[in-house]
Design a protein around this ligand. Structure first.
Ligand SMILES: [Zn+2]
Length: 489
């Protein structure tokens, strides 16, 4: 199964692996990134910055991870950030009733059911305790925030369950000091913490996760800014509330009422283009339109950008038109006026949110890039996402070849993520590089000593060419650079 293959590769090659694995009884849901994972994640985030944050002229912040209780009273997390859980009366095993039913029936369970609804769903679908086989009933609620105590008096505070609350809280100050005009996006990448009841599927459901979030603040009376037409021809795939799949342009999605306005159409298109640049092709992505029942009461429209994986469709980004709920609540709770000036008019901005799971995006890219041809395994990562840009291989370890390879490597290492590999046959070295998605390999051989050229080999085509060693930097720069993003149409 592809999932097991990806997790095995990730662990063996150092993309990501269970945290504190050598200790028994380490709680699930915590994952560490190794060298390749850190490098790939940095590149993924940099692509996000380029394609979304910089392209759109957004304001990037980095907020504290611990926030006072009052913030979460205002945001509604203290009362509402709960998941249903059921505990086996016989053996004490704890489950998410919705996930158990989904696994058993293969059907999606609506998000907002009552505790007794879950009990009857479990009864109806014949779900049993996976450990002891007992009947499960008595669904309860669990708040998923991690509580922390500040200072000796243990003042109540929480690890943020999402990165966006600091964006809302910081909005009035930054709007003023950064001379911002509406509409404007605020962006933040960082850790969030969720005390998941049953973390699983590796980095897909974690207790400590990396998020990249965007909150677009706008005047609800001005959602047809001309620049929201730039990406109007982008084709978006939707799964409608009725379950129908439709591929339409962003402009048509607005015209047909699938999307409420041009601003939201623009950001969905921007997001899709980013993921395409990251290496997820169009047909594996869709926007699932959330029904009114599945949305929060304040939400005017919501879409889950989902990716098709071996595990089924998995949410990558929650796109949510949150109205003025967040700013209104923080304004009320803090006693600060969160309204801002927009062309002489005082408005409490509305918010459209793009809340992205970074770790699951990395997983999705890895799974989608995995290629197996006979014995050969490779990762067809985009060169600018690949953790390593090139491997430098001396053909033999004698006759001045290692020295030339070493020199070449040091020159490249200044600018690129590259590595030197001098062990095993060239074929073995290519295979190791392919397996972790290295797009280019450079081999130094006897001809190199004579004419100063090296072999440059490309991963996917396996084509090879002779390149002058002194031109290698500029070649690699061209081959591995991020795609231009300021293209319109
Ligand atoms: Zn049990």
């Amino acid at each position: 199964m592809a999932f097991d293959d990806v997790v095995r590769l990730a662990q063996q090659k150092g993309f990501f692996f269970r945290s504190a694995e050598s200790y028994p009884n380490t709680p699930a849901g915590f994952w560490d990134y190794g060298p390749l994972g850190v490098s790939m994640r940095n590149k993924f985030v940099e692509l996000w910055r380029r394609c979304i944050v910089k392209r759109d002229g957004m304001v990037e912040i980095d907020g504290a991870q611990i926030l006072p209780k009052a913030v979460f009273e205002a945001s509604g997390h203290l009362s509402g950030f709960t998941d249903p859980f059921v505990k086996c009366a016989k053996c004490g095993a704890v489950y998410r009733p919705d996930k158990l039913v989904e696994e058993k029936t293969g059907e999606q369970v609506p998000e907002k059911l009552s505790d007794s609804d879950y009990d009857s769903l479990m009864e109806k679908s014949g779900v049993k305790c996976q450990k002891c086989g007992s009947k499960l009933t008595g669904t309860g609620r669990f708040n998923m925030m991690f509580k922390v105590g500040i200072g000796p008096v243990q003042e109540e505070a929480y690890l943020r369950p999402e990165t966006c609350q600091s964006i809302f809280v910081d909005f009035p100050l930054l709007f003023k000091t950064q001379r911002i005009k509406l509409p404007v996006g605020f962006a933040q990448v960082g850790r969030s913490f969720r005390n998941e009841i049953a973390p699983r599927q590796a980095v897909i459901r974690e207790r400590e996760l990396n998020q990249a979030e965007v909150e677009v603040f706008f005047n609800p009376a001005r959602t047809d800014d001309p620049r929201f037409g730039e990406l109007a021809s982008t084709v978006l795939r939707f799964q409608t509330v009725g379950g129908e799949e439709r591929a339409v342009s962003a402009a048509d999605a607005v015209a047909q009422g699938i999307v409420p306005n041009r601003l939201i159409g623009h950001y969905l298109a921007l997001l899709l283009r980013f993921y395409e640049a990251a290496g997820l092709a169009g047909e594996v992505l869709r926007f699932r339109v959330l029904s009114e029942e599945d949305r929060a009461f304040y939400s005017k429209a919501a879409y889950d950008l989902e990716v098709k994986l071996s595990l089924g469709w998995v949410e990558l980004v929650a796109c949510n038109y949150r109205s003025d709920y967040d700013l209104g609540r923080h304004s009320k709770q803090s006693g600060t006026d969160f309204r801002v000036d927009d062309n002489g008019e005082k408005v409490l901005p509305h918010v459209f949110e793009l809340s992205m799971g970074v770790d699951r995006s990395i997983y999705a890219i890895l799974e989608n890039s995995m290629r197996v041809e006979g014995e050969r395994r490779s990762l067809a990562l985009k060169p600018y996402i690949a953790p390593m840009k090139a491997g430098v291989f001396p053909l033999v370890n004698k006759d001045g070849i290692p020295e030339m390879a070493e020199k070449l490597y040091s020159g490249l290492a200044d600018e690129f993520d590259v590595f030197l590999d001098d062990s095993g046959s060239i074929g073995r070295r290519y295979a190791r590089a392919d397996e972790v998605g290295v797009p280019y390999c450079v081999t130094v051989d006897y001809d190199s000593l004579k004419d100063g050229t090296v072999t440059l080999r490309e991963r996917d085509s396996r084509s090879q060419e002779r390149v002058k060693a002194e031109e290698l930097s500029s070649r690699l720069r061209g081959l591995t650079r991020f795609p231009p993003v300021f293209v319109t149409g």
